[in-house]
Design a protein around this ligand. Structure first.
Ligand code: PMP
Ligand code: GLN
Length: 399
């Protein structure tokens, strides 16, 4: 008998799926949400809203179920949703896509990312460049796809990458540059210089750009700029997004990837064997959401900006040093100096001490860089105003 358990353990350990003692472990988000449930603490850890999104979107899903949209949808997704995605890309970014060829609906952005990485990574020599800290599935999927992760650090206070670091990271071995903008966990929105340098380097080294734009509508200052709109970028860029954040439907898992047909076909070839298809009745509902007027999309950002400011003020009053995010659900804060330097320990004791759950930034970094991020904590602002006010008054015990 082959040592199947041993082989799995080696793969899983390499992908960071196991705890140091070899046991399997839940993601940091599941762990922290369970901690919040167990202690009754306010959950500012996992990024999900605690209010429903637009009623018309929810009603459209109920209607779809009532009207028989309950069987397998087409492999690329229901055409009306693909059309709505192309209309959205045209309205907000001026991009012209073919709904038949340039768009693929996926089980959330998570599946779009994993199918893309599995499709485009050719072998162990391939490198995938990401900014660090990074969303947890990136490193796991790069490892599962058998490639090497190369990271470019983002540092406080603004979490913009150093362009020389970026230039050193991208080489002829780079197969993909994976850019999450607006960025989880730091809340950074990358500058125009960073955006154009990514495209220049991708062209120079013939790499594909993959963007994760799930927070595209959650920006607080400037309008979002997809990398695929930059000169020369379209033909080498896959753009990933999701309905979860924009419409407060994180549990529906409707995402999509758009880009040139030859790249979409490669992702589809993998996606069809991961989930085949997903979420039939939710697809027309998200089409309804994507067609909501501009005021809805502005409203989502305006509301979150108020919450960001409330959370930031509460954290500052409690003694944290706070970075001001330009987008996303998240705010990063350095723990007060008299709390030591281990934010993971700090987060473990926070529910008991203050009744609040948050996530240490070390959950989003490679082991080599843990020390650099060890004082930093991520707080989610996507909660009701009264919940954020309650959290702020609870955190005041630390001051
Ligand atoms: N990318 C980023 C940066 C995220 O924060 C998340 C989760 N919210 C995802 C991808 C996953 O999105 P989905 O829930 O649509 O799979
Ligand atoms: N994207 C959410 C976050 O960063 C959670 C997603 C998840 O639980 N996998 O908090």
């Amino acid at each position: 008998m082959h040592d199947l358990a041993g082989a799995w353990r080696r793969t899983a350990q390499g992908a960071g799926l196991l705890a140091p003692d070899g046991s399997s472990r839940p993601t940091i988000f599941a762990e922290m949400s369970a901690l919040a449930a167990r202690t009754g603490a306010i959950n500012l850890g996992q990024g999900f809203p605690d209010e429903d999104g637009p009623a018309v979107v929810l009603d459209a899903a109920r209607d779809a179920i009532a009207h028989g949209v309950n069987q397998y949808p087409p492999g690329r997704g229901i055409l009306d949703l693909r059309v709505a995605i192309t209309e959205h890309q045209k309205r907000f970014y001026g991009l012209t896509l073919d709904p038949e060829r340039d768009v693929l609906v996926t089980a959330g952005a998570t599946e779009a990312l994993s199918a893309t990485l599995l499709a485009l990574i050719a072998g162990p020599e391939d490198e995938v460049v990401v900014f660090e800290p990074f969303y947890d599935s990136y490193a796991a999927c790069v490892a599962l796809a058998g490639a090497r992760l190369v990271t470019v650090p983002l540092r406080r206070p603004d979490f913009q990458p150093d362009l020389d670091d970026l230039r050193r990271a991208v080489t002829d071995r780079t197969r993909l540059i994976l850019v999450n903008d607006p960025h989880n966990p730091t809340g950074a929105v990358f500058s125009a210089e960073v955006r154009s340098e990514v495209v220049r380097l991708a062209e120079r080294h013939d790499a594909v750009i993959v963007t994760d734009e799930v927070y595209e509508h959650l920006v607080f200052r400037d309008a979002h700029v997809p990398l695929s709109t930059l000169p020369g970028a379209w033909e080498r860029t896959l753009t990933i997004s999701s309905a979860g954040k924009t419409f407060s439907t994180t549990g529906w898992k409707i995402g999509w990837v758009s880009g040139p047909a030859f790249l979409i076909d490669a992702v589809l070839a993998v996606k069809q064997f991961l989930t085949y298809v997903n979420g039939a009745p939710f697809q027309p509902a998200i089409a309804t959401g994507l067609r909501l007027p501009d005021a809805f999309f502005r409203g989502v950002a305006d509301e979150l900006r108020v919450k960001r400011d409330l959370l930031g003020a509460g954290l500052r009053a409690a003694g944290f040093e706070v970075s001001v995010p330009q987008g996303s659900y998240f705010t990063v804060a350095a723990i007060p100096t008299d709390e030591g330097t281990d934010a993971a320990d700090f987060c473990r004791s926070l529910p008991e001490r203050a009744g609040v759950v948050a996530i240490p930034l070390t959950a989003f970094v490679t082991p080599e860089r843990r020390a650099e991020y060890s004082r930093l904590v991520r707080f989610a602002a996507c909660k009701r105003i009264d919940v954020l006010e309650d959290a702020a008054s609870r955190l005041a015990v630390l001051a």
